[in-house]
Design a protein. Structure first.
Ligand SMILES: [Mg+2]
Ligand SMILES: [Zn+2]
Lengths: 489, 500, 97
């Protein structure tokens, strides 16, 4: 046994509960692991070891007193640096927020804190979550533990790489167009994009408000589901939070798939999909069938418009959400003779290239004369995509397709071609536009030994069914917890 | 890309006799008197230490989200209903995007094409006429912070730098936009007064113009009579009192007329009213046209007020100032002047009604005491009626003391002064001062007998039919009672006693 | 639809981005390229399709009108790049709102 490093959150919880490990030992073990992997991966933007050890000590004291805050009290977690943390610098991966220390906690952070999870730190991301490779971080790139010459995906690349490399059993990411699922797939771990409104957005630095949603990343489906369960449920601070308690995501995990009709999205295995991805995903389809699911081919004709709609809606909302970074109230300021000059220089210096590109694109799409043609049209395409999903879910319980058309690509490979980078999100974006749920689960490796993710898509609030399918798949594949799932780092 | 102009409606402009016609449309911003702000729990209040009423939401901190104050929506719906608007079956908040250092998020959460209320009207007294001013829309938005300009004269134009206070940021703000139905500065003033009274009666705002809780912008254009097209529209800002509305518009109309008379061209622009100088001057011209890039606020969900709730709100509206004026005329028989004065403010009208009810008799008597005497005292003290230390019932009691002959009208004025100063009840003051009239015939009879006995010559004259001489005897009685005798009673007693 | 330099300049001004000459040139090409891709949906005939701005089916979400404690002044201005007497200090404002 290598100590806590490769243990799942559930295993750690059991060890903490039985007293065979203390939270302090777990935190120390993971801090040491991070020391070892950070130089080659760069997963963190900010590490908080002292805080984590304090929280671990408090957790151990609770356990000793028989007052564990939750089943997972004492199991450490890491947060994508887009969740605001009271007293801990939060940058959203941007130089424009350098030095800002939030006076409040995101709801996700507060709920994990209340469950007793020590926070190890804040992970790297594409600036303001805009990117699919974590190369757009304003601070440094993060590398894929399977091949450090390649990207971990993005924008939650720091969290995905950290989880994959054994630095933490689970971590929080966020999605706007696939930013949890795509890096999870490229790093060979599980990532959930919950139904829009299931997890509070309060304290998540906004990218595109109508699409943003927090999602857990873990090395197995059970852990990902459990982390989601901790944070899910209504929050009065978020007007778009689904009312009522969260559905039970855990008790049905072992129920199998033999009662399920699963739709294969035909168009997603065609041109532009890497052969190794196609093979692994097709094997995955057969595995589901073997496990008892009925496979049905379905077509979602509007799927192909997803990227076009997404790259109008998300930048439009972002152009407005990012207007607040102006050098007046917090963060960086450049000098200027008057307030317009100060703001324009602050923003020019503080934002990176991709962020500026999207602000420009979004501002253009909303400007007078173009609104109807671009933003208005994109909102209508959103309706078409939602209708396609609705129709599909009349016939099937779940949909399956690749998470990403390719496995991890090389660092620098797509940075010169924004559109090529945007196309990484082609299979994930429709889910964000329609607001329903999806999970990526490892389904093997490509010809180069790089992980491939199988995406399972559910209707809104269909997480429980989706997760039990992912769980059955994962168990049968035998990847999670195996030595094959550990990157050769 | 021009400036986004929200509402344009055809206007019926009354031609002025002198060859020019004026068209005015008003945009009024009303701060609601909710306890907490529009989208967060920070307290709504005026003034205070800077940046002490803020939180992550109203400072626009990253990650913060707005949540709509339910009472602000209810207030908005009540305003819209009171203005006769249709309540939209579906309303949305939109983001209005523009950079300005007093807007924490650099967008204002406002409403665009789906406001809460559309298509109402307010009837406004204009001399002997009633003018119907259309209401284009009533929408809800958030207020900005406040900039303090440092250096120079304190105006933006010549300041060295500015300081931002976000205490006001996020205060619920209702915007009311009229149709361009107003045809004179006087009508504009009357409209604002009427609206102010209406808002006050609804209890939705402090309507204190001097504190900025009611702010008026005006769109003014002048054209030659007979021209079908509206003239060039000029927006006038900074109208901080009802008086300013009249003064600014009079100046602006005159300016536009003389420009036209001189054969000049007007430009579409925004002008600032200078309170001291009484003139308008152009605001620093925009570097480029605004393009607000409105889009639906994704952090909020749509509003679809239930019919039943709207009906319930409509049914619970208080009587409007106009209805109240009618009732004061019809039921209380008050004259136009009293009605105008007593209904300018709902608080005043409420106070008067309470006093009139307690009095029970001719309401004109109570109205007189308020408009003639009490308002004088209030003016001197720069106070408002609802702040007086005595109750409307106390005023009624005072008028009754006069009616019953217990004290004289002149004495009552002195008593009122003391009521105003101390809040004491009128009978207590009269008793303390020994002011109560002697209206007891027995007690006065003794004094009368004495006076007649002491002035036999005068008494004889009266008996002889020279009734005018009776005045001397009445005066003597008053003197001996130190003015407390009821003069009418004394007169009667003397006549009886000295009957020929 | 080509996004020419004039459009880039206008949008950069609206967005308060003081872009360099080189960035402006690149923006023009990149935005044009991305919008060409978007043209696939611009060309769709979607008359009669309702726009979706929220995927949620929620309505009338409000909170009670209750006051909660505010941040102390020092916390409110803690992140300010420049402050003076409890207020955020900014360079001179050259336009009225
Ligand atoms: Mg407004
Ligand atoms: Zn606040």
């Amino acid at each position: 046994m290598s100590g806590p490093v490769w243990m799942s959150a559930s295993e750690l919880a059991a060890a903490l509960s039985s007293g065979s490990l203390t939270s302090a030992e777990v935190v120390e073990g993971l801090l040491a692991r991070a020391d070892a992997i950070e130089p080659s991966l760069g997963t963190y933007l900010c590490r908080t070891p002292e805080r984590a050890l304090e929280q671990a000590a408090a957790s151990d004291a609770r356990r000793a007193a028989g007052e564990a805050a939750s089943r997972f009290d004492g199991v450490p977690v890491a947060y994508k640096d887009i969740f605001v943390t009271r007293g801990v610098a939060t940058t959203a991966g941007s130089r424009i927020l350098e030095g800002w220390v939030p006076p409040y906690d995101a709801t996700v952070v507060a709920r994990c804190g209340a469950a007793g999870l020590p926070g190890l730190g804040k992970t790297n991301l594409d600036e303001f979550a805009m990117g699919s490779s974590t190369e757009n971080s304003g601070f440094h790139v993060t590398r894929n533990p399977w091949d450090t010459g390649r990207v971990p995906g993005g924008s939650s690349g720091g969290s995905a790489a950290l989880v994959a490399a054994g630095g933490v059993p689970w971590a929080w990411g966020t999605e706007t167009g696939g930013s949890v699922r795509q890096p999870a797939a490229l790093c060979g771990v599980v990532g959930i994009k919950p139904t829009y409104g299931l997890v509070s957005r309060s304290g998540m630095v906004a990218f595109a408000s109508s699409l943003d949603q927090a999602g857990p990343i873990a090395r197995c489906v059970g852990d990902a589901a459990a982390l989601l369960q901790i944070a899910a449920g209504h929050d009065a601070r978020d007007s778009t939070s689904i009312p009522g308690p969260a559905p039970d995501l855990l008790s049905g995990l072992d129920d199998g798939v033999d009662d399920l009709r699963v739709g294969v999205v035909a168009s997603t295995l065609g041109e532009g999909v890497q052969p190794g991805v196609r093979t692994a995903v097709e094997d995955g389809f057969r595995r589901l069938e073997k496990l008892g699911a009925d496979l049905i081919e379905v077509s979602l004709p509007s799927f192909e418009y997803g990227i076009s709609a997404y790259y109008l809606i998300a930048p439009a909302e972002a152009s407005s959400n990012l207007a607040r970074y102006d050098g007046v109230r917090y963060g960086r300021r450049a000098e200027g003779d008057d307030v317009i000059e100060m703001m324009s220089r602050t923003r020019a210096e503080g934002f990176g290239t991709e962020v500026k590109r999207r602000i420009m694109l979004g501002t253009y799409a909303l400007s007078a004369g173009y609104y109807e043609a671009y933003y208005g049209k994109a909102q209508k395409v959103r309706t078409l995509i939602a209708r396609d999903f609705e129709r599909a879910f009349d016939a099937v319980d779940l949909l399956v397709c690749p998470t990403s058309p390719t496995t991890a690509f090389g660092i620098g490979e797509r940075t010169e071609d924004p559109l090529a980078m945007y196309l990484s999100d082609i299979f994930t974006v429709p889910v964000n536009l329609a607001g329903n749920a999806a999970v990526t689960v490892p389904c093997g490796v490509d010809e180069k030994g790089l992980p491939v993710g199988l995406q399972i898509i559910a209707p809104a609030l269909g997480e429980a069914t989706m997760l039990r399918a992912a769980h059955a798949f994962e168990r049968d594949l035998g990847w999670a917890g195996s030595s094959a799932s550990r990157p050769p780092l | 890309m021009g400036r986004v102009v929200r509402v344009e409606a055809a206007a019926v402009t009354v031609a002025a006799a002198d060859g020019f016609a004026t068209t005015v449309g008003l945009e009024i911003h009303v701060e609601l008197s909710t306890r907490s702000k529009m989208f967060c729990g920070c307290e709504v209040a005026f003034g205070g230490e800077p940046n002490t009423r803020t939180c992550p939401v109203c400072l626009g901190l990253p990650g913060s989200l707005p949540v709509v104050n339910g009472r602000a929506v209810e207030h908005t719906l009540r305003i819209a209903l009171a203005l006769g608007c249709d309540i939209a079956a579906r309303s949305l908040f939109h983001r209005k995007n523009y950079f300005y250092p007093d807007i924490p998020k650099n967008y204002q959460i406002s409403q665009y094409d789906l406001p809460f209320g559309v298509g109402g009207a307010l009837e406004v007294p204009d001399g002997d006429e009633v003018v119907r001013v259309g209401i284009a829309r009533v929408h809800l938005e958030e207020d900005t912070g406040k900039s303090l300009h440092v250096g120079g004269t304190g105006r933006i134009a010549d300041s060295e730098y500015s300081l931002e206070d976000f205490n006001r940021a996020g205060t619920p703000l209702v915007e009311i936009v009229t149709e361009p139905d107003i045809t004179s500065p006087g009508q504009a003033r009357a409209f604002v007064s009427e609206l102010r009274a209406l808002l006050e009666s609804l209890g939705v705002s402090d309507v204190r113009m001097e504190e900025g809780s009611l702010r008026v912008d005006a769109n003014v254009s002048v054209r030659r009579t007979g021209e079908a097209e509206h003239g060039t529209k000029v927006e006038v800002k900074n109208l901080n009192s009802i008086r300013s509305v009249g003064r600014a518009l009079e100046h602006e109309v005159a300016r536009q007329r003389s420009a036209l008379e001189a054969g000049g061209q007007l430009i579409q622009e925004t002008r600032h009213f200078d309170e001291k100088a009484g003139t308008t001057s152009p605001l620093r011209s925009k570097e480029y046209a605004f393009d607000y890039r409105y889009f639906p606020e994704p952090d909020l969900v749509p509003f679809e007020p239930a019919r039943a709730d709207v009906d319930r709100l409509r049914a619970s509206l208080p009587e409007s100032p106009a209805r109240r004026r009618e009732r004061f005329a019809r039921e209380l028989g008050l004259g136009a002047h009293d009605i105008a004065v007593l209904t300018a403010s709902a608080r005043v009208a409420d106070w008067f009604e309470r006093a009139a009810r307690a009095y029970g008799g001719d309401a004109k008597r109570v109205a007189n005491w308020i408009t003639a005497d009490l308002f004088g005292l209030l003016n001197e003290a720069a106070a408002e009626l609802h702040e007086t230390r005595f109750s409307p019932e106390d005023l009624a009691a005072l008028v009754k003391l006069v009616d019953g002959g217990t004290i004289s009208g002149k004495q009552a004025k002195a008593v009122l002064q003391e009521m105003f100063a101390t809040g004491k009840a009128p009978d207590a003051i009269a008793a303390e001062r020994g002011l109560q009239q002697i209206s007891d015939a027995h007690e006065l009879g003794a004094v009368v007998d004495q006076v007649v006995a002491d002035n036999p010559d005068v008494a004889a004259k009266v008996r002889g039919g020279q009734t005018s001489a009776i005045g001397f005897l009445v005066g003597q009685v008053m003197k001996r009672t130190r003015g407390r005798a009821n003069p009418a009673l004394v007169n009667g007693l003397l006549r009886d006693k000295l009957a020929p | 639809m080509a996004v020419d330099r004039a459009a880039v300049d206008h949008v950069a001004r609206l967005a308060r981005l003081d872009l360099t000459e080189e960035e402006r040139g690149r923006m023009s090409a990149e935005l044009t390229h991305i919008l060409e891709h978007a043209a696939r949906i611009v060309a769709l005939d979607l008359d009669g399709v309702e726009p979706t701005s929220h995927s949620l089916d929620l309505r009338n979400v409000t909170r009670p009108d209750e006051v909660i404690p505010c941040l102390p002044q020092e916390d409110a201005i803690a992140g300010a790049p420049a402050a003076e007497s409890g207020r955020f200090r900014v360079p001179r404002i050259i336009e009225e709102p």
